[in-house]
Design a protein around this ligand. Structure first.
Ligand code: CA
Length: 241
């Protein structure tokens, strides 16, 4: 025992699943807190500041998405959603509200443990390695601040969901070079997001929609057929009238 056991908040209204999770997570050395409703989950998150939250999508009183959205506004704790089989749309929306990963019920404990480990590893790496170079990037009327995680166009702040921000940031850091959907998934969602490449398309669509109303964006997100996406800088100087 290292004395720094990670603390996991389990939010699940089905008692049998909750108890199974508590038993197995405790067995793996995690400290576990349980909540069975959204309000309980919010209270526990605020009180205990867990290292990770397992959050059931289908909860009484307050949906898992709503819980996720509220927690996201208050803390940067990683969140893994527990979703029912076949809720693909809900899954994507769950990511849109800021979940870090999801598992589909019924899930194997091995799979869940692997995802927990991966999410915790990514979080720790992200915390330590906040690359200070290129923290702020300004192109004409566009400004991205990776430290503050803000984006401004024409001086106006654009509100991006966490994954939208990460996607934009990744594409900008690699401007002019195509990024495959697989690479984007690995870099932003983690390597275990195998086979869910539509998630990338959905987030690109959301990004495009958010930028759509600006006439003079200094870049565009280009679809690279059969591969993925690339950000192209637009050289407005040469095209000026
Ligand atoms: Ca449930």
């Amino acid at each position: 025992m290292t004395g720094s056991a990670k603390h996991i908040l389990v939010v699940e209204d089905e008692e049998s699943i909750r108890q199974t999770l508590r038993y197995n997570l405790s067995h793996e050395g995690f400290v576990v807190t349980e909540a069975s409703t959204g309000p309980e989950a919010l209270a526990a998150a605020r009180r205990e500041h867990p290292d990770l939250i397992l959050l059931d999508l289908m909860l009484p009183e307050m949906s898992g998405l709503e819980v996720c959205r509220v927690i996201r506004q208050e803390q940067s704790v990683p969140i893994i959603m527990l979703t029912a089989k076949g809720t693909e749309v809900d899954t994507v929306v769950g990511l849109h509200v800021g979940a870090d990963d999801y598992v589909t019920k019924p899930f194997s404990l091995n799979e869940l443990m692997a995802r927990i480990a991966a999410v915790l590893r990514r979080t720790e790496m992200g915390g330590r390695e906040q690359a200070p170079d290129r923290d702020v990037e300004e192109i004409d009327n566009f400004r991205i601040d990776r430290g503050a995680r803000t984006v401004h166009v024409d001086g106006e702040e654009l509100h991006l969901a966490p994954k939208e921000f990460d996607l934009l940031s990744l594409l900008l850091l690699n401007a002019g070079r195509a990024q495959s959907r697989q690479v984007i998934l690995q870099r932003i969602w983690g390597s275990r997001f195998f086979g869910d490449q539509k998630t990338v398309d959905v987030h690109v669509r959301w990004l495009r929609e958010k930028f759509e109303r600006f006439d003079h964006l200094p870049f565009r997100i280009t679809t690279v057929f059969g591969v993925g996406y690339r950000i192209d800088r637009l050289d407005r100087a040469s095209g000026a009238t």
